[in-house]
Ligand binder design. Structure first.
Ligand SMILES: [Mn+2]
Length: 325
């Protein structure tokens, strides 16, 4: 497959913006909305290479996602297949789990496979599929990192807001909560990540400690990259809220209150505007209609269990930052 599977940009390729998403079939509709928003906000004189890392998308989902490609936005797919790294992550994800195990799919870890799998890039943007862009993602890509900075990401607002998460991060991850970032939106210096052998380090920790964590991929990132993270401005990873600041560039429907589940949630209009015009609009509307009281209660219980788990681990006195040192 050629690097540009959906046509070639005019002119030189010196200005390509690589943007990665990691999904399974369930996330395909949200990813479509995110990509559609990227296309709408793109700078028409630049070229964007959207690369979707997945664990086996159906042909139908690939066709619908690929149809979002335009003159300046290419859409490519890369299935993450067997490697020792993937095997270790899958094994870790398959360990015995209890209530509160939320982030237990290997797909969450794919973002950290990027530096190793794409040596052609020195730098890339990663975005979660539960995001909507309101501004050109190229601006994020253009951001300069300091000499010792490996990624740029935003301090996690859910950690600041929820006391159990704060205690968990301070006392169990061992990174001060003001420093702890959300890995849902990142500018990554892939060259530096390759140099520090990020994936090997992460998988080594996973295998050695098999630690019971709340958000493992993100917890490991914060431990491995401590002191090497530039903090993004909140406009690049904004929590949905009623009076969204005018200069917001990206909204992240993180954790709960997803507009494809609930009605009357903050920023739902932005999501539906992005979803409209994708081949998934009808599916998303049906998904929302089917999210009945029973499903809502089940989700609330799941989130409550996650918060409870964070509180419990915070009290156990095992500090990830210390055990891995
Ligand atoms: Mn997210």
């Amino acid at each position: 497959m050629s690097i540009f599977a959906t046509g070639r940009p005019k002119g030189k390729l010196t200005n390509v913006v690589p943007v990665f998403l990691t999904i399974n079939n369930a996330y395909a509709p949200y990813a479509a909305a995110a990509i559609h928003s990227l296309e709408r906000t793109s700078n028409k004189s630049r070229y964007y290479q959207v690369i979707i890392l997945h664990d086996g998308l159906t042909i139908d989902n690939r066709v619908r996602l690929r149809s979002l490609a335009t003159k300046n936005v290419a859409i490519q797919f890369r299935k993450i297949t067997n490697s020792l790294y993937l095997k270790a992550v899958i094994k870790y994800c398959a360990r015995e789990k209890g209530a509160g195990d939320f982030f237990s799919s290997a797909v969450y870890y794919y973002r950290f496979f990027i530096p190793r799998l794409f040596p052609v890039f020195e730098k890339a943007v990663y975005i979660d599929s539960d995001t909507v862009l309101l501004s050109d993602v190229g601006e994020l890509f253009d951001m300069k990192l300091g000499e010792d900075e490996v990624i740029a990401a935003m301090p996690d607002p859910k950690v600041t807001a929820i006391p159990e998460f704060r205690d968990y991060v301070d006392n169990a991850v061992g990174v001060p909560h003001a420093e702890y970032v959300n890995d849902g939106v990142m500018l990554m210096d892939l060259k530096k990540m390759r140099k520090m052998r990020y994936l090997t380090t992460m998988v080594g920790m996973i295998e050695k400690y098999n630690a019971d964590l709340v958000a493992p991929d993100q917890d490991y990132a914060n431990v491995i990259l401590r002191g090497k993270i530039a903090h993004l401005d909140t406009v690049w990873n904004a929590e949905p809220c009623v009076n969204l600041p005018k200069d917001t560039k990206l909204v992240h429907f993180n954790l709960f209150n997803k507009p494809w589940h609930y009605q009357n949630v903050p920023c739902e209009d932005l999501f539906w505007k992005a979803a409209r015009g994708t081949g998934f609009y009808g599916d998303l509307k049906r998904q929302q209609a089917a999210f009945d009281v029973e499903k809502q209660e089940a989700e609330r219980a799941k989130v409550a269990a996650l918060i409870e788990k964070a509180g419990r681990i915070a009290k156990e006195g095992k500090v990830l930052m210390k055990i891995v040192k």
